[in-house]
Design a protein around this ligand. Structure first.
Ligand SMILES: [Ca+2]
Ligand SMILES: [Ca+2]
Ligand SMILES: [Ca+2]
Length: 469
C-alpha cells in the first residue's frame, strides 16, 4: 500500500520533469524562432532603409536638374554640374547615399554625363572604325542596323542575316535606343562592349575587381575598364533649348530684329546670318570654321570678304575678361575680325542661341565639351593627344567652363582646320545623366543601388531607363 503510493509519487515526478523539459524545449524553440524573425525583420528593414536612401539621392539629382532647366545660366556652363556633384553624397536619419561614376579610368563623385561620351547614332563609318577592337564587318553591321534601308552593305548585315541565323529579331533600321542594344548587332560581343563593367553601371563592383575569382575576368587593378561603354552612349539627346533657357531661334525663318535682340549682333551681321542660312547646305556649325563674310558671300550690304590684318575695332576691343587674355597668348585666336564678321562673343551667342534646322523631335545628343572624355576625343575623333590635353586642362581651369563652342578657338593650337570635322559633334550643354545611387542603411550597413538615366530636356524630367542592379 505504502510502496504503491511511493511509486505513484515517483511516476508523477517523472511526468512533471518531462513536462518541464518539454515546456523548456518549446520555449527555447520559440525563442530561436522569434530571434530569427527579428533578425529577418531588421534585415528587411535595413534593406528598405538602404533602398530609400538610394532613392533620396536620385530624387535630389532630378530636383537639381529640373531647377537648372528652369533657371539656366548662360554665363556659367558648369552651374548645374557643380551642384549635382556637391549634392552627390547625403545623409538621412536612417541611411546615407553616394553617387559616383568612372570616366577615363578615374572615379568621380556625381552622376555620369551621357554627353561626355560619343553618341553611337551620330558616328560616321570612319569614326566607328576608330573605336578600339572595331572591325570593318562590325562597323558595317552597326551602320546597317541604324540606316532605314534593307540593303546590306558589302560586309554589313541586314534582316536576312539575322533571319538566317534564327535570331528572332531584325535590325531596328533606326537609331539605337540604349547602349545594350548594340550587343544585338552581328559581331558585337559583350567582351568588347562591357569589358570589366559587366553590369553596365559605370561603377567598379567587387566582382569586377577581383581577377578570375568571380565572373567577369578582370584586371583587379582598382580601375574600371568599361570597354566601348566607357566611350559610347545611345542616351544623350538633342534639345530645342539654348543655354539661355529659351528655345533656339531658327535663322531661316527669324526676322533680323529677332536675331539682333537675342544675340546682340549688328543689323548687318543679322542680315548676313539670315542670308547665309538660306543657302544650300548651310549649317550653323560652319560659322565656327569659316568667317561669316566668306560664308555669306556678297553679304547684305555688299561687304567684301575679310582681308586679313584689318582687325576692325569693336571685334574684340571691348573684351576685358580672362578669355580675351588667353586669346592674345594663343596665337590662332578667333580670326573673325573682318568687316561684318562676328567677334568671339557674338559668335558664341549666335552658336548658342540660333539654329538652322527645324526641331521636330529629340535626336541623338552632342558631346558637351565641358565634360567630354579625353579618350573619346583622342580615340573616336582621332584628335592630337597633346591638343586634347591642352583643351582639357584649359577647360578645367575655367570656373564657369566653356560657355560656347566658340571658346574652343581660344585654346592654343586649336585652329579652324582642326575644329572643322569636330564642330558638328560639340556643344556646351548636357540633357541626359545616368545616376548610380548607392544607399546604405545606418543600422546594418546593408546596401542597395538604383541606376537611373534621367532626361531633363523637357520638364518634368523623365527617367529613360531604371534598374536596381
Ligand atoms: Ca538597315
Ligand atoms: Ca559595374
Ligand atoms: Ca572578376
Amino acid at each position: 500500500m505504502w510502496s504503491s503510493s511511493r511509486s505513484r509519487r515517483a511516476s508523477a515526478l517523472v511526468i512533471v520533469i518531462w513536462t518541464v523539459a518539454i515546456a523548456a524545449t518549446i520555449v527555447a524553440g520559440l525563442q530561436i524562432l522569434t530571434y530569427r524573425q527579428a533578425v529577418l525583420g531588421s534585415e528587411a528593414l535595413a534593406r528598405v532603409q538602404a533602398r530609400w536612401a538610394a532613392r533620396a539621392g536620385l530624387e535630389t539629382m532630378i530636383a537639381i536638374m529640373e531647377w537648372h532647366t528652369e533657371n539656366s545660366d548662360p554665363e556659367d556652363a558648369l552651374a548645374m554640374i557643380n551642384e549635382l556633384d556637391d549634392s552627390a553624397t547625403g545623409e538621412l536619419e536612417t541611411g546615407t547615399y553616394d553617387i559616383r561614376h568612372f570616366l577615363d579610368g578615374v572615379e568621380y563623385i556625381g552622376p555620369l554625363d551621357e554627353h561626355s561620351k560619343a553618341n553611337i547614332n551620330l558616328l560616321s563609318s570612319a569614326e566607328l572604325m576608330n573605336i578600339p577592337d572595331m572591325t570593318p564587318d562590325v562597323a558595317g553591321a552597326i551602320t546597317d542596323w541604324r540606316d532605314a534601308d534593307e540593303n546590306a552593305s558589302m560586309i554589313g548585315a541586314e534582316k536576312t542575316y539575322y533571319a538566317n541565323r534564327g535570331l528572332g529579331y531584325e535590325p531596328r533600321n533606326g537609331n539605337l535606343r540604349s547602349f545594350a542594344e548594340l550587343e544585338l548587332i552581328a559581331g558585337v560581343w559583350p567582351e568588347y562592349t562591357r569589358s570589366e563593367d559587366w553590369n553596365l553601371n559605370g561603377r567598379l563592383d567587387s566582382n569586377e575587381d577581383d581577377g578570375e575569382q568571380t565572373w567577369p575576368d578582370d584586371k583587379s587593378d582598382g580601375v574600371l575598364d568599361g570597354g566601348w561603354s566607357s566611350i559610347l552612349t545611345a542616351f544623350s539627346k538633342s534639345s530645342p533649348n539654348a543655354p539661355s533657357g529659351f528655345a533656339k531661334i531658327n535663322l531661316k525663318t527669324a526676322s533680323p530684329d529677332e536675331v539682333v535682340e537675342r544675340t546682340g549682333v549688328s543689323a548687318q551681321q543679322a542680315a548676313s546670318l539670315i542670308q547665309y542660312s538660306q543657302t544650300p547646305n548651310a549649317r550653323i556649325e560652319n560659322l565656327l570654321t569659316a568667317p561669316l563674310s566668306t560664308l555669306a558671300v556678297g553679304g547684305a550690304s555688299g561687304q567684301s570678304p575679310a582681308t586679313g590684318g584689318s582687325a576692325l575695332g569693336g571685334a574684340s576691343s571691348g573684351r576685358t575678361n580672362r578669355s580675351s587674355g588667353a586669346r592674345s597668348t594663343g596665337g590662332t585666336g578667333v580670326a573673325q575680325a573682318g568687316p561684318g564678321d562676328l567677334d568671339a562673343k557674338s559668335l558664341g551667342r549666335v552658336l548658342n542661341e540660333c539654329t538652322m534646322t527645324v526641331f521636330t523631335r529629340p535626336g541623338p545628343g552632342k558631346i558637351n565639351i565641358n565634360t567630354a572624355s579625353g579618350r573619346v576625343l583622342r580615340e573616336v575623333f582621332a584628335m592630337n593627344p597633346k591638343l586634347v590635353d591642352t583643351l582639357l586642362s584649359r577647360r578645367d581651369a575655367r570656373p564657369t567652363g566653356l560657355t560656347s563652342v566658340a571658346d574652343i578657338l581660344e585654346i592654343p593650337g586649336m585652329s579652324r582646320d582642326v575644329l572643322a570635322p569636330l564642330a558638328k559633334h560639340l556643344d556646351v550643354q548636357s540633357f541626359v545623366f545616368t545616376v548610380s545611387s548607392v544607399g546604405r542603411s545606418k543600422m546594418s550597413g546593408a546596401e542597395c543601388e538604383i541606376l537611373a538615366t534621367v532626361d531633363r530636356s523637357t520638364l518634368p524630367a523623365q527617367i529613360m531607363n531604371y534598374r536596381e542592379p
